[in-house]
Design a binder for this molecule. Structure first.
Ligand SMILES: N[C@@H](CCC(=O)N[C@@H](CS)C(=O)NCC(=O)O)C(=O)O
Length: 346
């Protein structure tokens, strides 16, 4: 079913997601009133994201349907930028540029997303590409290759400080998060590199400017992942989870009670986590409590049963029902174990 507001699946540090957020923010949209932001963990993508787009990359925008049409999914950052700017483009990122300029923007983003990103990944994380050769020479080779792109972009800035002239266009905003990453991989090297004399102030203006700052903080960027209703949750004491990892299964039911004491493990649905935390764990020091994110499909695949039941002692007809796992929790049904931060503290 189509959501009322568009939903953006995002990841705070992802350069593709940053460029999408820059365009959405530039179009005057705000998480909350105008769209729902769902921060994801790349270690555990929520099922809703994978239903929207099976490739599982971020960002993804699921635009509200018009009531009859199915929700439209945009799972490429540039398509999300276009979607935003077609709605509102007050700074003229696309408006006011000729067809030839727009073709240049497309060429620039294609070079960035293709060869430059290829070199950037290998320069930043050579150890992830061990099959391609030893880290140090691989890093040096791809740094040099990426610099060829950067010098070309530097030359283009001569006509007015921005890639296509005197004002920023879509291509500037689309490339800047990636150039930022290139610099972050070796700031001193970047700052001393000849041939980047115009590129450095172009990047610096972005690093110091309000646009990036806005999309790296709430409400555009959350530090904890969105709690998917497609998953189940359990609050665990850190040492007890560490023991479970060593054993392969978790056998605590709730604070101070074991699976054997209680007969099942207490779980919460997404909307029940906060109340459970404040009812039973509010006195714990920060860092002592973990939120285990449980995939119910993995429980079912392991033959385990979750029953929605009333808490002990309450009348089943009026009580709020909670998911109870009747059996031990296999460690590999836990897709994520993160420090618990109440929504109020995020
Ligand atoms: N072409 C896509 C690329 C998006 C992309 O690769 N995002 C990264 C995060 S920075 C991702 O989701 N990686 C996870 C994966 O590829 O499995 C776009 O422009 O949106």
């Amino acid at each position: 079913m189509a959501e009322e507001r568009p939903v953006l699946y995002s990841f705070r540090r992802c350069p593709y997601a940053i460029r999408a957020r820059l365009a959405l923010a530039g179009a005057g949209l705000l998480p909350g009133p105008d769209l729902e932001l769902r921060e994801v963990s790349l270690k555990a993508r929520p099922p809703e994201l994978l239903v929207a787009s099976a490739k599982g990359t971020v960002p993804v925008l699921v635009a509200a349907g018009d009531g009859s049409a199915a929700a439209a999914v945009r799972d490429e950052s540039l398509a999300i930028m276009h979607w935003a700017l077609e709605r509102c483009d007050p700074q003229g990122w696309l408006e006011g540029w000729s067809a030839a300029d727009r073709a240049r923007m497309t060429e620039l983003t294609a070079v960035n997303d293709g060869p430059f990103k290829h070199h950037l990944d290998r320069f930043k994380y050579p150890e992830r590409f061990a099959a391609e050769g030893p880290a140090a020479p691989l890093r040096a080779h791809h740094r040099a290759a990426g610099l060829v792109n950067l010098r070309d972009w530097n030359t283009r800035l001569q006509r007015g400080g921005w890639l296509l002239g005197p004002r920023p266009c879509l291509a500037d905003w689309a490339l800047l998060p990636f150039v930022r990453q290139f610099r972050l991989a070796d700031p001193a090297g970047f700052d001393a590199e000849p041939g980047l004399e115009l590129l450095r102030p172009w990047l610096q203006r972005f690093l110091d400017g309000p646009e990036l700052a806005a999309v790296m903080t709430t409400p555009w960027a959350e530090r904890s992942p969105w709690r998917s209703p497609g998953w189940l949750y359990h609050l665990a004491l850190r040492p007890e989870w560490q023991q479970a990892r060593a054993a392969g299964e978790y056998r605590r039911s709730t604070r101070g009670r074991s699976l054997e004491d209680e007969g099942f493990i207490h779980l919460s649905a997404a909307h029940q986590v906060e109340a459970t935390a404040s009812r039973f764990y509010a006195d714990l020091p920060v860092g002592g409590l973990l939120l285990l994110v449980v995939d119910p499909q993995r429980l079912a695949a392991a033959g385990l049963t979750v029953r929605w039941e009333a808490p002990h002692g309450s009348a089943a007809s009026s009580a709020e029902l909670f998911p109870h796992l009747h059996g031990p929790l296999p460690v590999d049904a836990v897709v994520l174990a993160e420090s618990f931060a109440p929504v109020s503290a995020r």
